[in-house]
Ligand binder design. Structure first.
Ligand code: AKG
Ligand code: FE2
Length: 280
């Protein structure tokens, strides 16, 4: 009995976190893909002018929708979370014009990273491309504004369960055996809070089953995470966060008057030693 309880305490995996000001490099990204770095916080990584334009485009977007999958928030784009492959890729196709319109007349900073990484990996004999199926192709990013209230505006979760259990017709499931990297651009932040919190714990399938989150990785309870150390990325508009999405992470509660927190999010990882897939 006692042994059983002890074995269920979350195993602590100390993360390697790097924080700096400036620009993100393809070497940084590859370090996260390879598991050499767990988390990277780049401050002032893109211009505030671009950040403000993307935010204004999001707020006024005709493609802006309310999430209806149990995760409170508004979005532009498509999320594969809890969707079969046909539905996700069809939604990605429909949403593309709205995602593209977020960057109208701007140089899309997420696509710039995608293109740079594609070139760098190509030099190493590795292909980088968007995930696809006969129903369509993923977009480079999606925009999200979390609206959960209380301790977290996005509850603690991991990004791997949804990939591992994505279901039939998803070539990206293979990435779950490797690192699922989550790239986040922050065009807008609330005055207070909205930190990206990263716990020192990378759940296994057994851990997820014990928490009743086997297929979703969402949400982990406060009781489960009690005693697990964490680090907060204190974000500002114009910052980039890149993490190993297998570690439990969430977004702390926000306050202030008016300014909404906006994130541009994408996932990517090795599906094979010679293929990196990218999706949202
Ligand atoms: O908004 C953030 O900072 C994190 C987003 C995230 O974890 C996700 O979309 O899975
Ligand atoms: Fe996540």
């Amino acid at each position: 009995m006692t042994t059983n309880q002890i074995s269920q305490a979350p195993a602590i995996s100390p993360p390697t976190i790097i924080e700096r000001t400036g620009s993100i490099s393809t070497a940084d990204i590859i370090s996260v893909l390879k598991g050499e770095i767990t988390g990277l916080h780049i401050k002032q990584a893109f211009s505030t002018e671009i950040a403000e334009e993307i935010t204004a485009n999001f707020v006024g977007s005709p493609g802006l929708k309310e999430r209806k999958d149990g995760v409170p928030g508004q979005y532009v784009g498509a999320s594969h979370y809890r969707k079969d492959s046909a539905t996700y890729f069809a939604e990605a196709e429909t949403a593309r014009q709205y995602v593209d319109a977020l960057f109208e007349n701007l140089v899309d900073p997420v696509r710039a990273i995608f293109d740079a990484l594609k070139r760098e990996l190509h030099n190493e004999g590795i292909e980088l491309r968007l995930a696809r199926s006969e129903h369509g192709q993923a977009n480079v990013s999606r925009a999200l504004s979390w609206s959960g209230s209380g301790t977290f505006s996005l509850d603690p979760h991991d990004d791997v369960a949804q990939v591992l259990c994505a279901g039939d017709g998803y070539e990206l499931s293979a990435v779950a055996n490797n690192i699922v990297a989550a790239l986040n651009f922050y065009p807008s932040m609330a005055e207070e809070g909205g930190n990206l919190r990263l716990w020192s714990h990378k759940p296994t399938v057994t851990d997820r089953k014990s928490q009743g989150v086997e297929t979703t990785g969402y949400p982990y309870s406060a009781a489960y995470l009690e005693g697990v150390p964490f680090r907060d990325f204190q974000l500002r508009a114009g910052d980039i966060g890149l993490i190993d999405g297998g570690f439990v992470h969430g977004v702390t509660g926000q306050s202030g008057n008016g300014k909404r927190r906006l994130v541009l999010n994408s996932f990517f990882g090795f599906a094979r030693p010679d293929l990196v897939l990218w999706w949202t």
